[in-house]
Design a protein around this ligand. Structure first.
Ligand code: SF4
Length: 258
């Protein structure tokens, strides 16, 4: 199994092809993975590897570690574009996610007032009002929608909840409208004997209708970049991603291809 875990709560800064110079905040354990999805392409590996022994970092620990890092970056004259919540799982699962966002905004304002705060979110916790309220406070809500067809989404993302549907999540994402960026992983391949392909005409049409309903600030289309836990997956070429993007752009959707 492929497993690339972040072994610290604050990591980087790293250069992100999508976000620029990004300081990462990992609200999952530093020795395991905790996620409400179990995506077949997840760079952190499958959930079956376990949650480790370290547990989730406390709110106080996250604030302390983040402040230490920001302070030293200011002292060293380092550049920073964005503080990004990602890491070994879904950040909004952390029970103190709203408070951690408040702390992060305060620290950002103190040390790097022009830096953006981004959250890479798998959209599974948008039914929780405290999570939604916290997400509305950050600069970039990057919300995952890998397929607008539930059966395909369930094959790709393998949600823990048996009742999680694309229809429901599209309505929840639509509350954010142009205050969100929708991120879609395009891929083809096989998993557990099932063919997966979210680049078909039917899939692209369903995504187009979902994007129109959501009306996001932007859509980010990307494909596999590194090794994936499911080995029978195929990267969609940049040319094909651009061609799919044109279909969305023709309908007035702003699309970034990575
Ligand atoms: S939502 Fe993100 S962290 Fe969770 S399984 Fe999918 S890719 Fe991995």
């Amino acid at each position: 199994m492929v497993t690339i875990l972040f072994h610290s709560t604050i990591f980087g800064p790293i250069h992100s092809r999508r976000l620029g110079t990004s300081l990462g905040v990992n609200l999952s354990p530093i020795d395991g993975k905790v996620c409400s999805f179990d995506c077949i392409y997840c760079e952190a590996g499958y959930n079956s590897q376990g949650a480790g022994k370290a547990g989730l970092p406390s709110r106080e620990e996250v604030a302390r570690l983040l402040e230490e890092k920001l302070k030293s970056m200011v002292a060293n004259g380092e550049n920073l574009d964005v503080i990004t919540f990602s890491g070994n799982g879904e950040p909004t699962i952390h029970p103190q996610f709203p408070e951690i966002i408040d702390d992060t905004i305060a620290l950002r304002n103190q040390y790097f007032p022009n830096v953006k705060i981004s959250v890479l979110c798998n959209s599974t916790r948008l039914g929780d009002e405290s999570v939604v309220k916290a997400l509305f406070k950050v600069d970039n809500n990057i919300l995952k929608l890998d397929s607008a067809i539930t059966s395909t989404m369930r094959l790709i993302d393998q949600p823990n909840s048996p009742t999680f549907t694309s229809e429901q999540v599209v309505e929840q994402i639509a509350r954010f409208g142009n205050q969100c960026i929708v991120q879609t992983m395009m891929l083809r391949g096989w998993h557990d004997g099932c063919r997966i392909d979210n680049t078909t005409t039917e899939e692209v049409e369903a995504l187009l209708n979902a994007y129109k309903r959501i009306n996001p600030a932007e859509v980010m289309l990307y494909s596999i970049d590194r090794k994936t836990p499911e080995e029978n997956l195929e990267k969609v070429s940049i040319e094909e991603l651009n061609s799919i993007a044109e279909t969305f752009r023709a309908a007035g959707i702003k699309v970034q291809v990575n």
